[in-house]
Structures are given as C-alpha cells and as structure tokens.
Design a protein around this ligand. Sequence first.
Ligand code: NAP
Length: 310
Amino acid sequence: MKRNIIIVGSGPSGYTAALYAARANLNPLLFEGSQPGGQLTITTDVENYPGFPDGVMGPELMDKFKNQALRFGTEIKNKKIDKVDFSSDNLRLWSGSEEFSAHSVIISTGASARLLGLESEKKLMGYGVSACATCDAFFFKDKKVFVVGGGDSAMEEAIFLTKFASSVTIIHRRDSFRASKIMQDKALNNDKIDVMWNSSVLDMIGEPEDGGLKSLLIENVLENKTFEVDADGLFLGIGHTPNSEIFKDSINLDDKGYILTYNNSTETSKKGVFAAGDIMDPIYRQAITAAGSGCMAALDAERFLENLHI
Ligand code: NAP
C-alpha cells in the first residue's frame, strides 16, 4: 500500500510531524529507527522544554510525545530504514528486504555522538570509553574519569558524572569553552571538576579483556608536551554528526552532512521529501526547535499532498 506520509525517525521532530499528520487524517507511518525516542532518551532532566516548569525526564517526555502521536492514529514500526530511492515521484524506502512506498517522506533521523576516530577508541568503546554519561556514569562510582569537549554536552556530561565519579577532568583542545555561560559556571564551580586546557587525547590505553581503559596519552598542544594519566573512564562530549548517510545520493546535503532545506520551509531538494529536527539544523539543535520543525514538515507535506489531488 502506498502511504501518504512516511516519517523516518522518532525524536521530538518525528513524533511532532506524526501528531500533526495524524490529526490531518493522513495516516502517517513512522519508523522509530535504532534509537527510539532519539537523543532525549539518553538524557536525564530536561529543564528547558516549555510547559514543564519543574523539568521532566528525557525518556518520560518522549513517551508523552509518542503516546500523543499514537492517540491520533499514527502507525509506528520499531524498525530502521536502511535504504531509499527517491529517483521518481514514487518514493521508495526499505527496512532490510521489506519495501515501503509513499507520496511524501519526512526525514527526522537526528544526529549521533561524534567520536575522536582513534583505533583504541573503537576497541575500548563500552570498556571504559563512552559517548553517553547518562547511560554509563553509574558504572564509574568512585572512579577517576575524563570528559573530552568544551561545549554544552561536555559540561552536562561532566556535571552529571560528579554524582558518581571521585574526580572528573575536562580535556579541552583550546583555552576557552564554547558552552553557554550558565553551563560553564556550573562546571567550573563544581569542586569535583578540573580542566586540562589546550589538551588533546592522542591515545587510549588498555585492553577490553584486561579491565578496559587504564590510561590516556595526552598532548598539551601549546607546549608540545605528551604525557600519560591514569584513567578509569573517558566520556566523549564533542558534538554530533547528522544521520544522513542513506540520503546522501538522493537529496542535497551541506558539507557537514546536514540536509539542506529551501524556501524558508522544510522542503528538501526532492519534491515531496521534507526534513525536520537535528538532521537539518546545525545551529539550534534543541528539542523545542526540533518539535517546531516537525510541525512545519507535517504542514508542508499536507500542503504538498493537497496539490497532488490524490
Ligand atoms: P558543540 O557545541 O559543537 O561542541 C563540541 C565541542 O567539542 C567543542 O568544544 C569542540 O571544540 C569540541 N570538539 C569537537 N571535535 C573535537 C575533536 N575532534 N577533538 C577534540 N574536541 C573536539 O556540541 P555540543 O556540546 O554537543 O552542543 C551542540 C548543541 O546542543 C549546542 O547548541 C548546545 O547549546 C546544545 N546543547 C544544549 C544542552 C543544554 O542546554 N542542556 C546540552 C547539550 C547540548 P572547539 O570548541 O575547539 O570547537
């Protein structure tokens, strides 16, 4: 059956698009992808989502989004789309060998944690190295941990880790953070947090079968000095990469892989394909802006379908 709208991804943008499309009687089909609920499911308190004056836990907020989309008839599949063909007006998508088709598609696949790209990082991921403090901090009770990065993510990870670790050191490649002032202040005023300025992680030392990460090889980039420090844990807080790999041959992306949108709307370079949330937003990247663009994408798709007279 050819669908009116297929939504790929299930963060704030995907669920909001589904809510609006369902309420417009367009019977949307939504694919949750490999991280149902998106990045907010791996955060704790969300204090900046309007309407929750006392804050709300990330997973709880996403459950509410999902239930609201379901209430109006969204069909949700716990599957991942891994291939698309947008070469004709019959938009085709595959999950494994199963094929789906639609008149319109909303892409809301979000972004994933960026890694340093070291061989040792691959080997030790899950063995002392992590890209999600909320998921793994619990395993570092009374341990000595490090966080790489200088943005809000790194500050948030470091602050969260102080609830468990004995010490937290932020390793940052420059001499100032890019994080918001409020987050910097919170981190810098925390007694358990130290900062290694102008420093880069050159290597992670340890073996998965021998207790995992043992130490870090660090370079002070100003003094050109290399040294080793004992480490039980290393958390990467260096930003995110848009999940646009499967779309790269079908629609226009910018040089960082974010989907380009046109005409002050969520339209992409392919007619009938719309993009919402972190996948098309390298600037704001907030749950509320993602939800807002999910709404825009559903309205844009609705108008597009109206003009098709189907
Ligand atoms: P970001 O702002 O892009 O910061 C990434 C940080 O990692 C930068 O400090 C960058 O260093 C560093 N970095 C990047 N690649 C690196 C590498 N290969 N080696 C070493 N360091 C590297 O990313 P983000 O912190 O994830 O924040 C993204 C957006 O989400 C921001 O708009 C932020 O405000 C928002 N956010 C908000 C909250 C909150 O309000 N609670 C929490 C998390 C994120 P340089 O500074 O030298 O470039």
